[in-house]
Design a protein around this ligand. Sequence first.
Ligand code: NAP
Length: 313
Amino acid sequence: MSSSMASSLPPLPRRVGWVGTGVMGLSMATHLLSAGHSLTVFNRTASKAAPLLDKGAKLADSPRAVAEQSEVVFVIVGYPSDVRRVALDPDHGVLPGLRPGSILVDMSTSDPSLAEEIAIAAASVSCQAVDAPVSGGDRGAREGKLSIFAGGDRSTVELLSPLFEKLGVLNYMGGPGSGQRAKLGNQIAIASTMVGLVEGMVFAHRSGLDVTRWIKAIASGAAGSKSLELYGERILRRDMAAGFFVHHFVKDLGICLRECQAMGLALPGLALAQQLYLSLIAHGEGNLGTQALILAIERLNNTRLGDGGESSG
Ligand code: NAP
């Protein structure tokens, strides 16, 4: 670690701020609180921050107010438009509230170009910004086992590694925007994995196999995957509640496709998955979890897991 940032911050524990206490943020912030860091939080719907307040966090009334009381502010909100508002709004945003030498960490999945813009804006007020989106789902967040893809100044990322390590495994990917680019590649890999998983389940079902037994059988072979671990059982239980919202995945795949267009890159598996997920939104299923992709493949084939001979419970 070589940057002057390292010496301008006091040793851990630091005053930590957190914006966004939804499915992911609530669990992640809880790990930092449990590790003994003092935490100031803001969420648009204040009631969703209540479990943190019960454990000793302080509530602030804006992202700016969080920043005014923090040396490092983590953000994990929904869409790039939310990231822009939370980070950059001149009246209520994080950046106008940060003191020089402080750090903004955006852990939402967002546009690489926005991450670069925020890094430049942060540098202009003598602060640092890191883009650090995550993978591993609601379970990874609860268990502190996320994969973290960090972009930004290396020494700043290293400085924050004791905090990141409470949330999962830290991977430094390069300069500003690199964390988001790594996450987009991750989403492209997941998109076709999800299509393959639900297509395999529908095939097993229509072949008359016991899908529960089939899931167990493939889990330890070459078709085993984190997607299968996270969602196989949920699909069998027809539990479509969101760990990861369809709306958010469609947002991610849209960013991926725009990046591909700019690069002149043809990724047909990505485009197919995005179309199938869009069809869920057309059916009013955007607030379900991404495992609801099974519904699209079932509709295409006029079939439903659990109907017919096999037991899928
Ligand atoms: P979520 O449950 O909707 O949480 C987002 C939180 O941010 C909500 O509490 C929301 O407030 C708050 N928020 C949104 N816009 C805001 C704004 N403009 N100002 C203040 N607060 C705002 O979503 P999530 O599942 O935690 O996902 C968060 C991010 O992580 C997304 O970018 C998603 O793509 C990414 N991600 C999710 C997963 C997953 O498995 N869930 C995995 C990896 C990455 P309200 O409570 O008022 O809605």
